[in-house]
Design a protein around this ligand. Structure first.
Ligand SMILES: [Zn+2]
Length: 459
């Protein structure tokens, strides 16, 4: 009995997350620029897993809450989002349009506007359970565990192919078939105990943390997410579970869809194996900007100039040092209002769309000291065509911060700096319209949105 009531609350929580995610999605697509900035959507907590499944061990305690809770506090109130209609809302709540309208005293279906508050009934308990896919699970393993035929599971979830399962994906399972005890553990091959990916379905511009736990120490572990190689570091441990961590990023222009996560491991006996999973990447809904540049910047608008500069940057970002020099959240390099956020799609002088904003711009006066966001080794302090006078700091584990358009340097390559050390001064060198600091964060060779990490510690 207690299991059933737990299951019911689990279903309600999941349903609410799904509905809110849909509402947020509509808000992002219908809303203005920069809807992604500062927006934060939580993971569904591990405890929300149904009790009949084997859960991976919880992530290490150092993990920050990447996103605040998604569950609304008053589930019967709903704020109408752009794109929502009485029809879509009625469909989500499995109720008739007329019932929804009369409950809210709406006399005409068109009299619904974004921002309007509606009273909705609590979702009906459906005759299916929702289940979140964990790494290593396949349609075959889920079907066996939940007493389904693989085909029935595919039909129930409208899966296009036999391996179309992404980590974190929600599946429908029949509630009737959920009453059995867990019969088999998640299908990870020995010595893998758990594979955790945070966030489960990352968006463009987000950092992804991949955590692998094993029953015995590995000789080596490497891998890739899509085309991006992963660098793992081993956490010191004298006993199982042995822990390996990699950090990577999702590019601002990364296409939406399923990405293959490939892990190549060699165990203590020298036995090699390859483990594959899928990670779903979602759009962030970045805004658009058009910048007006005078004729003297014409040479800097040449796409080849940008490509060459990105090659220089990529070469520096390709180095990997294991020691982690940051401790807690990053600190803002300057104080100042934000002029432009990460990821904004950019056109110049009304021309074709050819680039995106690779960092965050802070408005500050020329000569303001620029401070290191965390401790690390200075790997670049040089003039670049677009970024101007540029400092790049290696914080370890593939995490780098970059500081552009400086008037002058206060560090040299090879120097170790503490967090908050003055590394240079605000200027307007390179492709810049006036004094400001362009601040970048790269993780695993990918430029990502640095702002969340002023609040949370990088994993
Ligand atoms: Zn900028």
């Amino acid at each position: 009995m207690s299991r059933m009531s737990r299951g019911g609350s689990f279903v309600r929580r999941i349903i609410w997350s799904v509905l809110l995610a849909a509402a947020l999605g509509a808000a992002i697509h219908g809303g203005g620029a920069f809807a992604q900035e500062g927006e934060a959507i939580p993971e569904v907590a591990d405890e929300a897993q149904p009790s009949a499944t084997v859960e991976p061990p919880p992530p290490p305690p150092m993990l920050p809450p990447l996103r605040p809770p998604r569950t609304p506090t008053r589930p019967t109130e709903h704020i109408v989002q752009a794109g929502e209609t009485l029809h879509t809302l009625a469909l989500q709540r499995q109720m008739r349009v007329e019932a929804l309208a009369s409950r809210n005293r709406i006399t005409h279906a068109r009299l619904l506007f974004a921002g309007q508050q509606l009273e909705l009934p609590a979702p009906a308990k459906p005759d299916v359970m929702l289940y979140r896919v964990t790494p290593g699970e396949t349609i075959a393993s889920l079907a066996a565990r939940h007493h389904f035929s693989p085909n029935a599971l595919r039909r129930l979830n409208e899966l296009a192919c036999a391996h179309c399962l992404a980590n974190g994906q929600l599946l429908r399972l029949s509630a009737v078939a959920q009453n059995g005890e867990a019969s088999t553990p998640a299908a990870l091959p020995y010595p893998l105990l758990a594979l955790t990916i945070v966030p489960e379905a990352p968006r463009q511009g987000e950092v992804v943390w991949i955590n692998v736990r094993t029953a015995s120490p590995l000789q080596s572990i490497s891998g890739s997410l899509g085309e991006t190689p992963l660098h793992f570091i081993a956490r010191e441990s004298q006993s199982a579970p042995y822990t390996y961590d990699a950090l990577t990023g999702i590019g601002a222009l990364a296409p939406q869809g399923l990405y293959t996560l490939t892990l190549r491991i060699v165990d203590a006996d020298g036995e090699a194996q390859v483990v594959r999973g899928w990670v779903r990447v979602e759009l962030a809904g970045f805004g658009f900007e058009n910048l007006r540049l005078s004729a003297r910047y014409a040479a800097l608008l040449d796409p080849q100039t940008n490509e060459r500069e990105l090659e220089t940057l990529a070469a520096a970002l390709a180095s990997f040092s294991e020691a982690q020099h940051w401790n807690g959240p990053l600190s803002a390099p300057v104080k100042g209002r934000i002029l432009s956020y990460f990821g904004a799609r950019r056109t110049f002088n009304g021309g074709i769309l050819r680039t995106y904003h690779s960092g965050v711009d802070f408005r500050t006066s020329a000569g303001t000291p620029v401070r290191a966001a965390a401790a690390g080794n200075v790997v670049m302090a040089q003039a670049l065509p677009i970024r101007g006078n540029y400092v790049l700091i290696d914080h370890g584990r593939g995490v780098f911060t970059g500081y552009a358009h400086l008037s002058r340097f206060n560090v040299t390559p090879g120097q170790f700096v503490e967090a908050g050390a003055v590394i240079g001064y605000v200027g307007s060198t390179g492709r810049s319209l006036g004094p400001h600091l362009h601040w970048e964060l790269a993780v695993g060779g990918v430029l990502v949105n640095p702002l969340p990490w002023l609040e949370y510690a990088l994993p």
